[in-house]
Design a protein around this ligand. Sequence first.
Ligand code: NAI
Length: 262
Amino acid sequence: MMGKVALDLGGKTALVTGGGSGIGLAIAELLAGSGASVAVLDRNETAVNETLKGLKGDGHLGLEADVAREQDIQKALVRCQERWAHLDILVINAGINGVWCPLGELETAEWDQTMAVNLRGTFLTLKLALPLLRQRGGSVSVVASINGTRMFNNYGATAYACSKAAQVAFAKMTALELAPDRIRVNVVCPGAIDTNIDQSTTMRNLEKIALPPKKGYVPLTKGKAGTAEQVAQVIGFLASDAAAHITGTEIYVDGAQSLLGT
Ligand code: NAI
């Protein structure tokens, strides 16, 4: 059996969004199994109840809410406040894959939906939980992804990848701002994990944009390698006064080869 980290979270209170399934469910189980009192928030009420039934210990709380809706989160946090008056652990995990398709076919409403759940939901959850987190300080974990942070070759997942990249920026901005309140903010970026996320995924016409996974393939030039002069051009620019304010910056000269991951 795989070894597990033994945690003692006795006396701590936690809120896990998207706790009805997959990663959020596993987090809720781990926190409760380590002694924390856990509020399980999910838009799927049945899933919330199922999660609650399986949690060790008692005193846990089920919250049906859509993280994209400010009123829902507000109401959920009022219930946490009534129960505990403070929050020590916040896990911002609820998310959807949304629609993956060629950019020209992505409806504005589809873009907005992914951003509303993944990014606005992240903002709303942390913002509205601040008064409770500030009571004793605490730990916030945001579940982002390798998509949009390390990996860019999931064709058509543009809205998803952007929402996940933005979560990383959000976590870094708020980690700095909230440090004086003894609130730590971290971001976790999982790769492929076996969950129910396929149910929140719609894929359309991806064959139109997917490139062949050929080692060393250069997308911009249909496979042709770049030239030494193209690298020299960039170095020349950096050496010139036109680049007087540029420092500490990486520039890839690779025709999108590294984005393809080959
Ligand atoms: P899942 O689909 O198994 O669970 C997500 C849960 O969030 C579901 O119970 C769903 O009802 C809930 N949810 C969705 N939208 C919601 C909303 N608007 N309000 C409240 N609850 C909502 O998915 P999984 O894989 O556990 O995903 C959790 C997080 O992990 C997501 O943020 C996802 O982007 C991230 N992730 C997942 C990966 C994977 O391969 N499964 C890889 C990288 C990141």
